[in-house]
Every structure is written in structure tokens, then in C-alpha cells.
Design a protein around this ligand. Structure first.
Ligand code: 5AD
Ligand code: SF4
Length: 365
């Protein structure tokens, strides 16, 4: 059987879960794994690094995921909602610096008021910031709501499956209907089939999570035929009940390595998708940005949330906080990326090549 690290292998090919698990254990060896991922990146999507301006629009959430600092039952959080004007002002700073894609992220808030707000932002963006691709990440929403947001101008949706194992999923979520694994998969499939550029991802290094679980996560994402992927290490938050979940957790160094191997394998298995170098990875290692990009990531998300709100958006503790202005932050990013021989792309919305290919070369609206 051809190895996944054999660049001359025929595509499409089906790696065995056993081989993925061995590579996740570092038996590649890692140098070779990362080199193959980089070659794959350069020969498919190129050396560009695409930017998404992140606006954390509200830290309210109706859910109670056991690992998350924003879970409903954490009363130590000052809850906020940004107004449409505040969200648009944050985006406009990014637009002026050449950003052409913005990610609106919040907890899961399917109420009328929140949806009206998001719709207003989308409609006003279409009028005032031409050429912009809007990305939403706001949890599981009903089909009609998603259709409405798409009509208002959103193109991309991110919904992490968190873990593709229903067993692990139920260990880290309450056992009620609000936290239902099958319902989450159904939303993802609906997104994928109704024309959204669809992204998902998983948490890496959860207590009790094995390399076989992670290998299955990669196969899940490949089978779903996603366009975008965002994966990060699990980072404990003291105000969550996660500490009570049994199972060993890998050390921070191991979680970084596992994340890098997951990025590299995702790049090799799904060459034309967009893959983010996540904030969680950068939080766990100061060189997480460079290492993530070197392992095959091609998306970075500068945080545009106003500082006062940003400090309240704590999914986990110790989130990297860059207080520089955006221009300064982009300057630093360009310098860091040029040491990797990679180019930061501005003035470009960075649609996933994978999506353009599945839509027959164009981007469908
Ligand atoms: N550590 C790392 N990532 C987390 N998320 C939530 N809590 C944590 C944590 N403790 C991630 C989830 C979610 C995304 C918005 O943040 O994967 O989908
Ligand atoms: Fe809410 Fe998302 Fe946190 Fe779950 S992970 S509690 S859905 S913000």
C-alpha cells in the first residue's frame, strides 16, 4: 500500500487509520511529515497566507460545553454584546488595512435579536465594504436561519465538531438535547450541501483522547469534504467542570506537537482546503504561528475585537493578547512570515481553492 508520505502516490488514495495514528505518534519522522505537508501546500494552494479579521461579537452562549470558559453556567464572566456600529467600525479598521474577509464569532445565540443584528451587519457590509467575504461562527443554527444569513451576504460557516467520536463528544458535553452529537453533524452536512464554504475542526489533547480518535477525526473531515479547517490544542480553563473528567491529558509540549501533526496530515489529506494557525496554538507556544504555518496552515486571524470586549472573550485562559494597532500587528506578521518564505496576502478574500474546485472553478453565491 502506498504511504501517505509518498509524494508520487496516486490520488485519490485512502490512508489506513493505523498509518495516520503512527504518524500522529511522530513515527513519520516529523521532519519528513512537515516537509511533505509543505511541498503539498506549495504545489496546491501556494505560499500565500490569508487573513480573516476576527470580531468576537458576543460572549453570551446558551450552551454548557464542559471545557469552555464561556459556558452558560460560568458566572465569573462579564457578558457583552457588541452593537452593529461597533462591529462595523472594527471591521472597517481591517478593511482600510486590506483585509477582505471577516469572521464574526459568538456563543450560540439563536434568538431573534441576535439574528437581526448579524443580518444588519451583513447587509451593511455588502454596501460599504465591497469584495468582502463574511465568515460566521455562531454555533448550531436552524436551516431557515442559515438560509436567511446567506441571503444577507454570508459565504462561510465554521462549526467545529470538537470530536468526531460520539463517545468522546458525550464525555465533554452535557447529556441533553442541546448538546447532541448527531444534530451537530446534521448541521454540518446541511451547511456543506447548501452552498456554504464549510469549515470544521477538533480540539486536540483532550483528556482520554487517543491517536486513534484523532486519526478518525481526520477521516471524518475528509469524508465530509470540508473547505476549511481550524484545530487547536485544548487549553484548560479553571472555571469549568472539565477538571472532573477522568483521563490523562498530554503535556503542553505534546499537545503542540499533536496539533502540528494534525495540521500537516490535514494538509496532505485535503490539499486544497484552507487551514488556520489558531490562536490556541499560538497561546500554547510562542512560536506556534510559525510552526503552524510551516506544518501546512495558510490562514491567520488577526483579532479586531475592541480590547475591552476582547479580554472578556475567554474560551480558555491565557489567550495571547496583542495590543499593537492593526498596522503594527500586520508589520510584525509580515516579518515573521517572510522568515518562512511565505507572503501575507492583503486585498484578497482568499476563497478556499477546494471550494472553487467543487463549484466548477467559480465561487457560487
Ligand atoms: N481550549 C481550547 N479551545 C477551546 N474552545 C472552547 N473551549 C476551549 C478550550 N478550553 C474552542 C472550541 C470552540 C471554539 C470556538 O473554541 O473548539 O468550537
Ligand atoms: Fe458556547 Fe462554543 Fe463555548 Fe460551547 S464552546 S460553551 S457553544 S462558546
Amino acid at each position: 500500500m502506498p504511504s501517505i508520505l509518498d509524494l508520487n502516490r496516486d490520488d485519490p488514495f485512502s490512508p489506513s487509520p493505523g498509518e495516520l495514528a503512527r504518524l500522529l505518534a511522530g513515527e513519520g519522522p516529523d521532519d519528513r511529515l512537515f516537509a511533505v505537508a509543505r511541498d503539498t501546500l506549495l504545489s496546491t494552494v501556494g505560499d500565500g497566507i490569508y487573513l480573516r479579521g476576527l470580531v468576537e461579537t458576543s460572549n453570551k452562549c446558551r450552551k454548557n460545553c464542559l471545557y469552555c470558559g464561556l459556558r452558560r453556567d460560568n458566572s465569573n464572566v462579564f457578558r457583552y454584546d457588541m452593537s452593529a456600529d461597533e462591529i462595523l467600525a472594527a471591521m472597517e479598521t481591517g478593511y482600510a488595512s486590506g483585509l477582505r474577509s471577516f469572521l464574526l464569532q459568538s456563543g450560540e445565540l439563536p434568538d431573534r435579536r441576535h439574528l437581526d443584528l448579524v443580518e444588519e451587519v451583513l447587509l451593511r457590509t455588502a454596501g460599504s465594504m465591497p469584495g468582502t467575504r463574511m465568515v460566521l461562527s455562531m454555533g448550531e443554527l436552524p436551516e431557515e436561519t442559515l438560509a436567511r444569513l446567506r441571503t444577507a451576504g454570508a459565504h462561510r460557516y465554521l462549526l467545529r465538531i470538537e470530536s468526531s467520536s460520539s463517545d468522546l463528544y458525550s464525555r465533554f458535553h452535557p447529556g441533553d438535547m442541546l448538546h447532541n452529537y448527531a444534530a451537530r453533524v446534521a448541521v454540518l452536512r446541511n451547511l456543506r450541501s447548501s452552498g456554504w464554504q464549510t469549515g470544521t475542526g477538533v480540539l486536540i489533547g483532550l483528556p482520554g483522547q487517543t491517536r486513534d480518535h484523532l486519526a478518525a477525526d481526520l477521516m471524518f473531515m475528509k469524508d465530509l469534504d470540508i473547505d476549511m479547517c481550524g484545530m487547536g490544542p485544548y487549553l484548560p480553563h479553571g472555571d469549568t467542570p472539565m477538571m472532573d473528567v477522568p483521563g490523562d491529558m498530554p503535556s503542553p509540549g505534546e499537545r503542540v506537537l499533536l496539533t502540528l501533526r494534525m495540521i500537516a496530515l490535514a494538509r496532505i489529506l485535503m490539499p486544497t482546503i484552507n487551514i488556520a494557525a489558531t490562536t490556541a496554538l499560538q497561546t500554547l507556544d510562542l512560536r506556534g504561528l510559525e510552526m503552524g504555518l510551516n506544518a501546512g496552515a495558510n490562514v491567520v486571524m488577526p483579532n479586531l475585537t475592541p480590547a475591552g470586549y476582547r479580554s472578556e472573550y475567554n474560551l480558555y485562559q491565557g489567550k495571547v493578547q496583542v495590543d499593537d494597532g492593526l498596522e503594527e500587528m500586520l508589520g510584525t506578521l509580515r516579518a515573521r512570515c517572510s522568515t518562512l518564505d511565505r507572503k501575507v496576502m492583503t486585498g484578497n478574500a482568499g476563497d478556499p481553492v477546494h471550494y472553487s474546485l467543487r463549484c466548477g472553478g467559480g465561487v457560487s453565491r
